[in-house]
Design a protein around this ligand. Sequence first.
Ligand code: ATP
Length: 326
Amino acid sequence: MKSIKCIGILTSGGDAPGMNAAIRAVTRAAIYNGLQVKAIYRGYKGLITGEITEFKTQNVSNIIQQGGTILKTARCAEFRTPEGRAIAHETLVKEEIDAIVAIGGDGTLTGARIFASEFNFPIVGIPGTIDNDLSGTDTTIGYDTALNTIVKAVDNIRDTASSHERLFFIEVMGRDAGFLALNGAIASGAEAAIIPEIALEHDVLSELIGNGFRKSKNSSIVLVAESPETGGALEFADRIKQEYPQYDVRVSILGHLQRGGSPTANDRILASRMGAAAIDALMDGQRNVMIGVANNEILLIPFSKAIKKDKHISRELLQTLRILSI
Ligand code: ATP
């Protein structure tokens, strides 16, 4: 096995708060271990365009508290093709980069897995996504911050909902996973969460109406995950307007405000631990694994398991929300 002297670091896919804390941790842990660090800009795109510069410890000063990513991020269609990945490999050879730490979501790790096996190239992944939809890890970098942002937004909307005695559908991110909607609903005291995992199982709206929705309340809030499975908040609002015209219904789509902002302490700590663990893993000869955390212990998860899309929503959480919203 070729020894690693220089690592490349990139962020890819959607930005997530805490990515900068991870960049800082990877850079500093690598330098601490005597490695050279090269920053690759705009995710996999930077490997194709050659946007790469060396990072020293001071390049990552003063970024732990910043949202977004100083390395920028991009969606790169060319990296999905064998020709694009061949160019990326040539760039790595030219830059004398021996391994990559890739920070991103399931798409980023899928790309990493394909590239690593095609070129027998060492890559370690770090889960950076607000969706928390990677398997084998309890949580991902950015999830805690996004959840707190949602709760704050719902608290604000609740003031209007209760003053005007309205029913609000609040749409949150999570195309394939309802973690933000379900935990956001529990933390903000919402009546229900409509999430992709159970959208096809039963009709949450009918259940709410059947249970005497709003009978004893002067306002109601339902969180809806943005997903083709759920249909989104606008669809539910339209249904209410047609089927229950007596309700004063409104929609709020939180959108991109959920992605930004200064990371929470939990996300900064998670990112710092994961960044240092990624370098440890590479120094130990580990390849093609994602850093995860379970029961507060760092672990290594093969890419194939991490991207499996089989992370289950907790039935206990669903039941808790149901009980507490009576
Ligand atoms: P988020 O969870 O925030 O959406 P993500 O990492 O899942 O983040 P994607 O846009 O799905 O975001 O993926 C990021 C990049 O990874 C893509 O733009 C592409 O360059 C690369 N990628 C994704 N899937 C593949 C694939 N099947 N083969 C090669 N590269 C891929």
